[in-house]
Design a protein around this ligand. Structure first.
Ligand code: CMC
Length: 428
């Protein structure tokens, strides 16, 4: 392949370099397009064809259904790794040695105390508040308790900010859920692993001893790993673009959480369960909902189906489907919703509308069924996604800042009124 692309405008030719990544993905580098052409820009709503950065964190091949973190396949990581190991891998680029992991755990534990005044903020939310709004606000509020900005030229400063948020975020997750349930807010137990500690903080009843449930802890570990990064999706791009203005890490993460909340992104896991419940309540008529999803006059979409990048299958969904069966079996739960989900999947995979558009189940299709089996309330599902995505956001923010990327600032093509004179109000 040539190493240049030529763009012809009004008979004039302009050459731009092609850049190729380590997995042979190619992009036209148009950094100089505007200057060279005297003001012409590109337009690409939804950035369907636009790479916003070069990144060494996550590789995704949507046609082949491949997902890798730092070169390791998602299948292998989900099977063999611990969530904090994966967090370390994503953020720092290599799997930690046992010494590095031990120190990482200790440092995170050291930072897992949240200022008592944050409880007052938690208390001031109505119980009806959506947990995603609460967790986004609490993450933003952390900036008030940790006002010094991160010096990105100092490895130590960067590291401190990272372990701080990794330590405090699970506490905020647990408090967000417990506040809604009227349960006392408490701290975790650093002698437990990160995932189990989070689970304990969420579920420990004030009048009962905590008992480990290894099935649930293992499943949660897997789910968090599967959600840990997904290259330049909506929330990650948000984190990078907010951070590109040199806003702090916690502020950037809070913005990412808000982006994740939407039902077309992370909010789909809540929407899927609500959809499956509605189908159940409606007598389990999946065909009716398939017809609605295909009807262009009906805004209904089959939630948990389709993906901007995966046009074959979502490898995360494959793993989660198997895990859903295992977890429900191990916990002895017979959830009719799992059968409805499998029925819907079967119909969609054999329906020309879905086949032609390459719509397959995504990560959110089966995850809610597992969360529900664990006893996690449906409104908390997207918060669990945020907990899993946290290391990915941090890794992407760190890469962006260390790479000294310029502030994100897209162009536009203006389509409004041309210059006109102001009319005073009495004449309008
Ligand atoms: N149900 C019915 N039709 C669909 C669906 C769906 N779930 N998804 C896409 N389509 C149709 C869409 O109507 C369009 O049809 P046509 O070509 O006739 O106009 C075609 O498929 C292409 O859709 P698109 O909206 O242009 O595709 P996109 O890449 O912009 O959107 C998506 C991707 C994930 C937003 C979309 O598939 C969707 O809304 N899915 C449901 C929500 C969901 O499950 N989101 C979670 C995504 S995975 C978790 C994450 O990382 O966020």
């Amino acid at each position: 392949m040539s190493d240049k692309a030529t763009i012809k405008i009004d008979g004039k030719e302009f050459e731009f370099p092609l850049i190729t990544g380590t997995e042979n993905e190619t992009a036209i580098d148009i950094k100089d397009l505007r200057a060279a052409t005297g003001g012409i820009v590109t337009i690409d709503p939804g950035y369907k064809n636009t790479g916003s950065c070069e990144s060494a964190i996550t590789f995704l091949d949507g046609e082949k259904g491949i997902l890798r973190y730092r070169g390791y396949s998602i299948e292998e990581l989900a099977e063999k790794a611990d969530f904090l190991e994966v967090a370390y891998l994503l953020i720092f680029g290599e799997l930690p040695t046992s010494e590095q992991l031990g120190k990482f755990k200790e440092d995170i534990c050291e930072q897992s105390v949240v200022d008592e005044d944050v409880r007052k903020i938690v208390d001031s939310f109505p119980k009806s508040a959506h947990p995603m709004g609460v967790i986004s606000s609490l993450t933003s509020a952390l900036t008030a308790f940790n006002p010094s900005s991160v010096n990105v030229n100092s490895e130590e400063d960067m590291y401190k900010a990272i372990v701080k948020i990794l330590g405090k975020f699970p506490v905020l997750v647990a408090w967000t859920m417990r506040k809604k349930q009227g349960l006392p807010l408490d701290y975790g137990d650093c002698s437990l692993g990160y995932v189990e500690n989070t689970y304990k903080m969420m579920f420990k009843q004030p009048n009962k001893d905590y008992v480990t449930n290894q099935v649930v802890v293992d499943a949660l570990n897997k789910l968090l790993i599967l959600h840990a990064d997904h290259e330049q999706n909506c929330s990650t791009s948000t984190v990078r673009i907010v951070g590109s203005s040199h806003a702090g890490l916690f502020a950037s993460l809070s913005a990412g959480i808000s982006a994740l909340w939407g039902p077309l992104h992370g909010g789909a896991n809540q929407a899927v369960l609500e959809m499956l419940e509605a189908i159940k309540e409606d007598g389990g008529d999946t065909k009716k909902y398939m017809a609605k999803a295909k009807d262009k006059n009906d805004p209904f979409r089959l939630m948990g189906f389709g993906h901007r990048v995966y046009k074959n299958f979502d490898p995360r969904a494959k793993i989660i489907k198997v895990a859903a069966d295992e977890v429900l079996n191990d916990l002895g739960i017979d959830d009719p919703i799992l059968d409805i989900a499998k029925g819907l999947e079967h119909e969609a995979l054999n329906d020309p509308y879905f086949v032609e558009r390459k719509l397959y189940p995504n990560v959110d299709f089966y995850s809610g069924i597992i969360y529900r089996a664990m006893g996690i309330p449906v409104e908390m599902f997207t918060v669990m996604f945020a907990l899993g995505r946290l290391p990915g956001w941090i890794a992407q923010w760190r890469e962006m800042r260390l790479g000294k990327e310029p502030i994100g600032r897209p162009r536009q093509i203006y389509t409004g009124e041309n210059l006109r004179s102001f009319t005073t109000i009495d004449k309008r």
